[in-house]
Design a protein around this ligand. Structure first.
Ligand SMILES: *Cc1c(COP(=O)(O)O)cnc(C)c1O
Length: 395
């Protein structure tokens, strides 16, 4: 009966059932209905000629890559993007057949062999890397061609060949055995900024690079440039495909992009009340006694902490939702537990569910709220939930 495996059925119910009470103190809830709606909204926003790549790297931004990948492909995405070879293999092992682009750089014979074996599609960033690929595939004695994606650096200063050398680079790859150019792409550095100047300069460079390549009589099968922010910001950036991460998880990359389409957050973070008690005026709470009760108080312990991914820097500064109302967190957040002030809820029961991120009634706390408080970005918040938390899919 008791198992370390997740039990996906309990989370839909607010009831405190005994089994769930013992087995699940905290979890991440993934709303597959919201995910499906977000994909449909995005597809509707694109012209039919533009494909949607769902970026599912980093375990689908902490949402669980296999479940997310299957759901988004069903909903209208046609490509998947991952960061690493093992992330791609994991999807293939689960029977996913859609094309998978590895957004990161790969170099070793071991990686190249796995790419060929699992039919993953690599990003090529330099002539040297292209030669390694071609030579390694030759040495494997495989006379087939693998699709490769050419990455140009137009201003991100991360992966890719300098856009001014695009013509030479693409011509080299075109001439190498075993490599078929499937697309040419670049990545934007400032697409979430309200000032489009740098993004427009990157697009100008991308356009010039394409002209250079075409001037050599090379036919380009597919072009892509946009992440979530660029997808929402300007249809002129869509080309043949957009690579969407954050937006499909229901978060806006920037507030000025919120009016473009309607997105719903997919992830909710929940935990149970594990203990309730009264403390006297003047009592210190948690490590360091950074909170001292200003009066007699009712406090509750919640079974989630920084080892689950609740940032400790939110100590004494965050709220959680309980019985459809915001309740303040008090004292230092500890590794596995945190305390909240429940003086306003005298009949609170152990086992009740607290929402740390997500919605209860009319109240909502989003990953962007935490990100703003912590001076970081929603991407980092979503990727921060540890694997001790089961991912529970709900519809
Ligand atoms: C992660 C990533 C994306 C997705 O970015 P979002 O801002 O989450 O939409 C797109 N393209 C590349 C190359 C990436 O690494």
């Amino acid at each position: 009966m008791f198992s370390s495996k997740q039990t996906p059925s309990f989370a839909d119910s607010q009831e405190c059932n005994t089994y769930a009470w013992f087995s699940q103190r905290a979890w991440v809830e993934i709303d597959l209905g919201a995910l499906t709606d977000n994909i449909k909204q995005l597809v509707k926003f694109l012209t039919p000629q533009t494909q949607l790549m769902a970026v599912v790297k980093a375990d689908a931004y902490g949402h669980g890559s296999v479940t997310v990948a299957k759901t988004v492909l069903e909903a209208g995405a046609s490509w998947l993007g991952v960061a690493t070879v093992p992330e791609g293999i994991q999807l293939r092992e689960e029977g996913i057949k859609a094309p998978i682009l590895i957004l990161g750089a790969t170099h070793t014979a071991e990686q190249i062999q796995a790419i060929a074996q699992w039919k993953l599609e690599p990003t090529l960033c330099s002539p040297k890397q292209a030669l390694i690929f071609s030579d390694t595939l030759e040495a494997l004695g495989d006379n087939s061609f693998i699709p490769v994606h050419i990455k140009l650096d137009t201003g991100m200063s991360r992966l890719g060949t300098d856009w001014q050398k695009a013509g030479d680079f693409v011509q080299l790859v075109q001439g190498l055995p075993h490599l078929n150019i499937a697309s040419i792409y670049s990545h934007l550095a400032t697409a979430d900024s309200p000032d489009p100047a740098i993004m427009q300069e990157q697009q100008r460079r991308f356009t010039e690079a394409i002209a250079q390549i075409q001037a050599r009589g090379i036919k380009i099968p597919s072009l892509h440039l946009a992440n979530s922010a660029a997808t929402l910001a300007d249809p002129k950036l869509h080309y043949d495909m957009v690579r969407v991460g954050l937006a499909m998880y229901g978060l806006y990359p920037a507030t000025h992009l919120e009016n473009k389409i309607k997105l719903q957050p997919v992830l909710q973070l929940k935990a149970r009340i594990t203990h309730v008690k009264t403390i006297a005026k003047g009592t210190g709470v948690s490590y360091g006694h950074h909170f001292i009760a200003p009066k007699e108080m009712r406090i509750a312990v919640v079974g989630i902490g920084y080892a689950d991914g609740v940032p400790r820097n939110l100590s004494n500064q965050m709220q959680v939702l309980l019985r459809n109302q915001p309740v303040p967190q008090i004292g230092a957040i500890t590794m596995d537990q945190l305390m909240i002030d429940v003086t306003s809820i005298p009949d609170l029961q152990e086992g009740e569910i607290v929402t740390l991120l997500g919605q209860q009634g009319k109240e909502q706390i989003s990953a962007n709220d935490w990100a703003n408080q912590l001076n970081t970005i929603a991407w980092e918040i979503l990727c921060g939930f540890k694997h001790r938390l089961p991912r529970v899919a709900v519809m």
